[in-house]
Design a protein around this ligand. Structure first.
Ligand code: HEM
Length: 233
């Protein structure tokens, strides 16, 4: 049998860095390009915008952290809450605009991720494998959601194919895929997994620092006067 991978670079730090960048990008996208977010508004697009932000932060970032904590069959409360409110926002947007629900591959994958997530506590022996599978499903769901939204915007001629907004969302998709690879690697790497289970030192050692960095990157990107953030052409 092949020997397990050995990680010789600061993978936990990279995961947090990429996670912070993904959060910053999805927030910058909806705030700077799509008009912001609201759970209740006459502008229904603002209700939709809550969806990608909460799903990326809840289902990709928070759940990724949860998995690295040892793959225990824990249901992450923050992840579940963000996921439920995030999907509720998408359904609310559909209902208030008179659009059908659950017609797309993205929405089916999304349902599959959420249902698998909610039953993951049942078979403890499969917890780690199932957790990684659900996480990968979450990444696939987020990427199809990004593609779908970008395609809607391009088909409605709201943005052009080579616009800076299209570039930003494509980059976000790539970032999520790379982040997902690092998280899976961290979870299957025995050294990290063992340390996480028995002492918790490796993934949690610099946690406060990483979260400060996380918040800093989000604030910086939101303030940064990037030329691409002012135009959709
Ligand atoms: C793991 C993360 C995600 C999950 C579990 C998820 C789940 C869902 C679900 C269940 C729906 C169906 C709502 C309905 O039919 O009323 C939906 C709709 C939608 N989501 Fe996501 N989503 C995720 C991330 C994203 C992201 C990052 C985007 C990027 C913009 C996105 C874009 C959309 C769009 C455009 C719709 C409406 C069209 C459709 O139903 O396919 N989603 N999502």
């Amino acid at each position: 049998m092949a020997s397990p991978p050995v990680v010789r670079f600061p993978i936990v730090f990279l995961i947090r860095l990429f996670g912070a960048a993904a959060a910053a990008m999805v927030i910058a996208w909806v705030v700077r390009f799509r008009g912001g977010m609201a759970l209740f508004s006459d502008n229904k697009d603002l209700i939709f915008n809550v969806h990608p932000v909460l799903m990326v932060i809840g289902f990709i970032l928070v759940y990724g952290e949860e998995l690295q904590e040892g793959g225990a069959p824990l249901c992450s409360v923050p992840c579940a809450l963000l996921g439920v409110v995030g999907v509720w926002a998408a359904i609310k947007f559909h209902n208030e605009k008179g659009i059908d629900n659950f017609y797309s591959l993205h929405s089916w994958l999304g349902l599959a991720s959420l249902i698998s997530f909610s039953i993951q506590g049942l078979p403890p022996s499969m917890a780690c494998v199932l957790g990684v599978y659900i996480y990968a499903l979450g990444i696939a769901t987020a990427v199809t959601g990004i593609l779908e939204k970008a395609t809607f915007l391009q088909s409605n001629r709201e943005i052009s194919r080579y616009s800076s907004e299209a570039f930003l969302v494509n980059l976000l998709g790539i970032l999520l895929v790379v982040l997902g690879g690092f998280v899976v690697l961290a979870v299957i790497t025995p050294r990290l997994a063992r340390a996480a289970r028995h002492s918790g030192t490796v993934p949690t050692r610099h946690r406060q620092l990483h979260f400060l960095l996380f918040a800093g990157i989000i604030l910086m990107v939101d303030q940064f006067p990037i030329p691409m953030i002012s135009s959709s052409t």
